[in-house]
Structures are given as structure tokens and as C-alpha cells.
Design a protein around this ligand. Structure first.
Ligand code: SF4
Ligand code: SF4
Length: 224
């Protein structure tokens, strides 16, 4: 899931202070699971904002969509947004941008910082696992991500600075390639570590698209 954290309250306050009616929009998926931007967090933020702007007469509305990264759910706001001067989104960066595209005439402000793609270790404890590099090498690395776990994001490691199983850069972290070695060794697949992975195409750092075969077939069928 995508993990996010709420922005500092003073930053949020300064973004909305010039408006009279603000709609706080939560998202019911990733940011709800990581306790950053679901309906409960919308309620808490609005309570704090109401208190802070008590004397200024600013009104805060609340809506939480199932997903802000999906037009189908954004459409639920079509009849509501005109009643507000600006929108305060608690979704991830993708959801915030999709909300802004749907309502281009309204200022849209982010109430959270989008942090990473990660996993849920416990309620309130999340760890980064993937940087969406677009060229997944987990098959060769025993399911340990070298892009996320290695300080140098080495596809072919270790770097030579490995110090008694620790990373030379982040000394409090295990070396990713030590973890990879251990995992592959336990699986009897150490031959994998000797294979050279071609470098990733980091020059391709522009907005990427994924078009699934099912979508292409559906569009073809509709046009035939
Ligand atoms: S190699 Fe790592 S960053 Fe790249 S897609 Fe796989 S898990 Fe994600
Ligand atoms: S010590 Fe290991 S984790 Fe740290 S930069 Fe070198 S290869 Fe990567």
C-alpha cells in the first residue's frame, strides 16, 4: 500500500487560512489503512481546524471517498464541490492530483505527505518495501528489494563496503546484499547471486503508464 503521514498542522492551517469554506476530502483505501487520511483522520483534522479558526468563521466540510485515485469515486463530489472555496485532500499524491484534475477551477491542497510503498508491520508501524522502479528483480534477489534496501540501490551487489553484515552507509541497517545472500542461500539458490542484472533504465523517469491487455481488448471490442 501507499503510506503517508499527515502534514504538520501549522502547514495545513496556512494553506487554508484565506478561504471561507473548505472541504476536507479523505480517501478510504491506503491512507485510511495507514491512519493518515481516512474518515477518522478527516474528522480529527476538521476538529482541530474548527478550533483553530473558531474566531474567523471558516467552515470545514467533510467527505471520504472510497478511492481518490479513481474517477468513478471522484464523481461523487460533482454536486458538492461548488459549495466550497477550496479542497483539502488527505489522499496520497496520486489521489490529490486526480482530485485537482477533476475540479481544475478549485484550489486543491495536500494535507498529507506521501511517503512510500510499504507494508503494515503493526497498527501505526509501516516499512518501505518498494520504490516502483519498473523493473522488478525480486526473482533474482530472493524477494529482497535492492532498490529500497540498499543505500546505493545496487542491482548487482554488494558494493564492497559491507561491514560484518551491516551497510556501510546506514550502519544501523543490514546490508541488503547480505540479506539477499542469506535468503538465496537458505533456498539453495545462491547461483542467482552470480547473475548480472542489466542496469535499470533510470532515464525513463517520466510519468509512466500501465495498460493491461484486458483494457486493450475491451477498447477494441467497443470500437469494432
Ligand atoms: S525491484 Fe524493488 S523497487 Fe523495483 S519493482 Fe521490485 S520491489 Fe519495487
Ligand atoms: S553495504 Fe550493502 S546495502 Fe550498503 S550500500 Fe553497500 S551493498 Fe548496498
Amino acid at each position: 500500500m501507499i503510506v503517508a503521514e499527515r502534514k504538520p498542522f501549522d502547514e495545513i492551517r496556512s494553506m487554508v487560512s484565506n478561504y471561507k469554506k473548505v472541504l476536507t476530502v479523505g480517501c478510504g483505501t491506503c491512507v485510511a489503512v495507514c491512519l493518515a487520511g481516512g474518515s477518522k483522520e478527516v474528522e480529527t483534522l476538521n476538529a482541530e481546524l474548527n478550533l483553530a479558526f473558531k474566531k474567523d468563521g471558516i467552515e470545514f466540510g467533510a467527505e471520504t471517498l472510497q478511492r481518490q485515485c479513481d474517477m468513478e469515486f471522484l464523481a461523487e463530489l460533482d454536486n458538492k464541490v461548488d459549495q466550497y472555496d477550496c479542497l483539502l485532500s488527505m489522499a496520497c499524491g496520486a489521489g490529490i492530483q486526480f482530485l485537482a484534475e477533476r475540479f481544475p477551477n478549485k484550489p486543491v491542497f495536500p494535507a498529507v505527505n506521501t511517503s512510500f510503498i510499504g507494508v503494515n508491520l503493526d497498527v501505526g508501524w509501516y516499512e518501505e518495501k518498494c520504490r516502483a522502479c519498473g523493473q522488478c528483480v525480486l526473482a533474482m534477489t530472493g524477494g529482497v528489494c535492492p532498490v529500497t534496501m540498499c543505500a546505493k540501490s545496487l542491482f548487482n551487489g554488494p558494493c564492497g563496503g559491507t561491514n560484518k553484515t551491516s551497510c556501510e552507509i546506514h550502519t544501523d541497517q543490514p546490508c541488503a546484499w547480505f540479506k539477499i545472500y542469506e535468503r538465496l542461500s537458505g533456498q539453495g539458490r545462491l547461483d542467482q547471486i552470480m547473475k548480472i542484472s542489466p542496469p535499470n533504465d533510470w532515464s525513463n523517469q517520466k510519468p509512466r503508464k500501465v495498460i493491461q491487455p484486458g483494457y486493450e481488448e475491451r477498447v477494441k471490442a467497443m470500437n469494432s
